[in-house]
Design a binder for this molecule. Structure first.
Ligand code: ADP
Ligand code: MG
Length: 327
């Protein structure tokens, strides 16, 4: 049976630990059945936010509404949310099946039914063949899928994932993020995924919520956040942008929107560094006011007129690619 689509809303949610304000009166409406990434540097309040939604941490102030009712005082198991932890926290002495079925056992579901449900979940994450193994007989990626099945067996409306890929090597991380995305689409529920990696957020998210210092700096569709950062922090944290101070104010401009021309064209600059990046070459140049600007130049274009540190150049850009920053 399909569950009705549920909206999750944070209303002025605050978390204090003693004198530390970890989350400062944040508001956000998570779109139903979407993949949202909470993105920000270490210590900005991402995990605290996620744990309050899950019910593993109390809310100091504010409300968390799911489908119109405040769930912030309910115990975790009664919220309609489920959490997958950073360390998968599997029980080492239980088989894969029994790990996945554990929450049903706690609810008093009989052994036959809970094993059936566990097998359904294992099929979903493509692990049926490993059902009898112990966690330490699995690879990191397989353990992660067990943890995922264990969270999904409770049929949550919202799945919460705290840095779920951080323990995996880079190759596996890219494969698993594809699987997470596919699973979210198949299940049609909301995933809220905490990460400090902007490439991970861009690859996965319908919507990115950028946090900094306990507040939301910017939220929106991944492409909007990347292409039109509102603040210096977002521009710098998302990467791929220059922040430049011009007489009219501070602006962000994508590094691939800056061209390197002959001296005399555009804005006078002097090359200070060159980095080969395979498909592109990153050219670092200094302009007036001691400002460093990066131009990401396609490799064939760069090597048709190579530059070296010390060379005078002219930087060119289309003014339409400048985005004014508000802070
Ligand atoms: P993130 O997940 O973005 O790294 P956290 O939500 O874990 O950030 O932490 C936000 C802030 O709250 C940090 O300053 C952190 O030190 C503090 N903090 C987190 N958990 C606790 C706790 N249990 N007790 C006291 N301070 C905490
Ligand atoms: Mg964290």
């Amino acid at each position: 049976m399909n569950q009705p689509i549920q909206d999750l809303e944070l209303v002025s949610v605050t978390k204090r630990y003693g004198n530390t304000i970890a989350v400062d009166a944040i508001n956000h409406h998570f779109r139903p059945a979407s993949y949202t990434c909470l993105l920000g540097p270490s210590g900005c309040g991402k995990s605290s936010t996620l744990r309050m939604i899950a019910g593993h941490e109390s809310v100091s102030d504010g409300a968390i509404n799911l489908a119109g009712r405040d769930i912030s005082h309910l115990p975790p198991a009664r919220r309609g949310t489920a959490m997958m932890f950073q360390s998968y926290a599997l029980f080492p002495h239980l088989s894969v099946t029994d790990n996945v079925a554990f929450s049903l056992k706690m609810k008093g579901v009989d052994v036959g039914e809970r094993r059936n449900k566990a097998h359904e979940m294992l099929e979903l994450v493509d692990l049926s063949a490993m059902a009898q193994r112990l966690p330490d007989q699995l690879s990191g990626g397989q353990q992660q899928r067990v943890a995922l099945a264990r969270a999904l067996i409770t049929r949550p409306q919202v799945l919460l994932l705290d840095e779920p890929l951080s323990a995996l090597d880079p190759f596996l991380r890219i494969r698993m993020r594809g699987e997470l995305r596919k699973l979210q689409r198949e299940l049609g529920i909301s995933f809220i995924h905490v990460t400090h990696g902007q490439d991970e957020a861009l690859a996965l998210a319908d919507e990115i919520v950028v946090m900094n210092n306990a507040v939301i700096e910017q939220a929106g569709p991944a492409r909007d956040v990347f292409n039109a950062p509102r603040t210096r922090f977002v521009a710098q944290f998302m990467g791929g942008h220059n922040v430049v101070a011009l007489p009219e104010g501070h602006f962000a401009i994508r590094t691939d929107a800056v061209g390197v021309g002959a001296p005399g064209s555009g804005i006078a600059a002097s090359v200070t560094g060159i980095e080969y990046q395979g498909t592109h070459v990153s050219v670092l140049a200094r302009i007036a006011g001691d400002q460093e600007v990066t131009a990401l130049v396609p490799d064939t274009e760069f090597f048709s007129s190579p530059r070296s540190p010390g060379d005078p150049v002219g930087l060119v850009w289309d003014a339409r690619n400048l985005h004014k920053l508000t802070a």
